[in-house]
Write a protein that binds this ligand. Structure first.
Ligand code: NAD
Length: 402
């Protein structure tokens, strides 16, 4: 059989622990036999990040800007325990944070739906994609613990010296204070990423804030979205028959619960943090969530939403059998391969991605799955496979699909 040819390389970001083991299995069993795989390889495993003083992460992000599409394996974000475990020179930053800062992107997370894994919210028959604004608000705040009586003010000094003041509160006793900010640049780029992704995936876009209470802060988010929509996207949305819908965050939550899914829900930073975990849990579990970072200038980086599955890795190191779910990591590859196919106009690549995703879903629907999936599946007598056998079962399904 002739292997599918590629013209532009994918940026391949290898990672850590159990997902690094799965990464190689996926390549060996599901990709290399079918595709003449062209990648530019970056080893983001913690040891190599440490050896290169984390330069490899920066280089991989720049390569992504150059080629347009990357696929990333889960990576360790070092903490105190990892400093000793890997004898690190420094507590290197989260690779995802570094890459996001360079690409200036928005993260879209969507669940993979499979028959037999029923969402807690029964009417969610289609995926809900959460888009989280990943800049500012409470994540870049300034806080004061107020010791006692006094006056708190918000003060802005412009470059020309003009001062704007707003009373926050007259404290009668001890309390707390918080200053948060955002920028028009960041909000606009978030809005464009959301509108572009809605067009890309032909789904409605919902956005919500608390603009009735926060008449300047949240209202600015609402206004920026509306202006950009009217000025740049309204016609394109109309042509595709999709909708941009704004509502209050409390109304949005009620509507989301009653909906059947099938839309993108753009969230401010904190809302997105909370809602993405709620949505992931309600659909099944984290191992069935995909994640893609989309930059305002149309660069894509695909990954699984879960981490490196550390506990399974330690079992693997002890020579024990693991049953780790590789589906979200496979979908990271198929997402990237499909996008490469679209950009380079290679329909065989796009068709391959569709077929491999179908094979993953069919394998589980046929009752073959990993242990964590069997715990949430309604399948009465699931066949529980180890990590490698599950990937091989997907390959068998793939080969049998016409
Ligand atoms: P994790 O996602 O690896 O695991 C959380 C829980 O979910 C565990 O109980 C795990 O067994 C289970 N789980 C997750 N994915 C699974 C899968 N595919 N199959 C079966 N079970 C699965 O998160 P964690 O344990 O909090 O973190 C482990 C490491 O991963 C940390 O070093 C963290 O920094 C890193 N991490 C990386 C990313 C990323 O690169 N995007 C995201 C989150 C965590």
């Amino acid at each position: 059989m002739e292997k599918i040819k590629m013209t532009t390389p994918l940026v391949e970001m290898d990672g850590d622990e159990m997902t690094r083991i799965l990464w190689q299995m996926i390549k060996d069993e599901l990709l290399l036999p079918y595709i003449d795989l062209k990648t530019e390889y970056y080893d983001l495993g913690l040891e190599h990040r440490n050896e290169t003083n984390d330069q490899v992460t920066v280089d991989s992000a720049h390569a992504t800007q150059k080629y347009g599409v990357a696929v990333k394996c889960a990576t360790i974000t070092p903490n105190a325990a990892r400093m000793t475990e890997y004898d690190l020179k420094e507590m290197w930053k989260s690779p995802n944070g570094t890459i996001r800062a360079i690409l200036d992107g928005t993260v879209f997370r969507a669940p993979i739906l499979i028959k037999g894994i029923v969402p807690y919210v029964k009417n969610w028959t289609k995926p809900i994609t959460i888009a989280r604004h990943a800049y500012g608000d409470v994540y870049k705040n300034a806080e004061i613990k107020v010791p006692g009586k006094g006056k708190a003010e918000l003060v802005f000094t412009a470059e020309d010296g003009t001062v704007t003041r707003e009373l926050i509160h007259h404290f009668d006793g001890a309390g707390i204070l918080q200053g948060i900010h955002n920028t028009e640049k960041s909000i606009s780029s978030f809005a464009r990423a959301c509108f572009n992704y809605a067009i890309d995936t032909k789904q409605d876009l919902w956005f919500a804030t608390k603009d009735t209470i926060s008449k300047k802060y949240d209202h600015t988010f609402k206004d920026i979205f509306q202006e950009i929509y009217e000025g740049e996207y309204k016609d394109k949305f109309k042509k595709l028959g999709i909708e941009y819908f704004y509502t209050l965050i409390d109304d949005a939550v009620a509507r989301v619960i009653r909906s059947e899914g099938g839309f993108i829900w753009a969230c401010k930073n904190y809302d997105g943090d909370v809602m993405s975990d709620m949505v992931a849990t309600a659909y099944g579990d984290l191992s069935m969530m995909t994640s893609v970072l989309v930059s305002p200038d149309g660069v894509y980086e695909y990954e699984a939403a879960h981490g490196t599955v550390q506990r399974h890795y330690y079992k693997h190191l002890k020579g024990e059998e693991t049953s780790t779910n590789s589906i979200a990591t496979i979908f990271a590859w198929t997402g990237a391969i499909r996008k490469r196919g679209e950009l380079d106009n290679i329909p065989e690549l796009t068709a391959f991605a569709d077929k491999l995703e179908k094979a993953c879903i069919k394998t589980v629907e046929d009752g073959k799955m990993t242990k964590s999936l069997s715990l949430i599946s309604t399948c009465e007598s699931p066949v529980i496979l180890n990590s490698l056998d599950f990937i091989r079962a997907i390959r068998e399904t793939f080969d049998a699909l016409t």
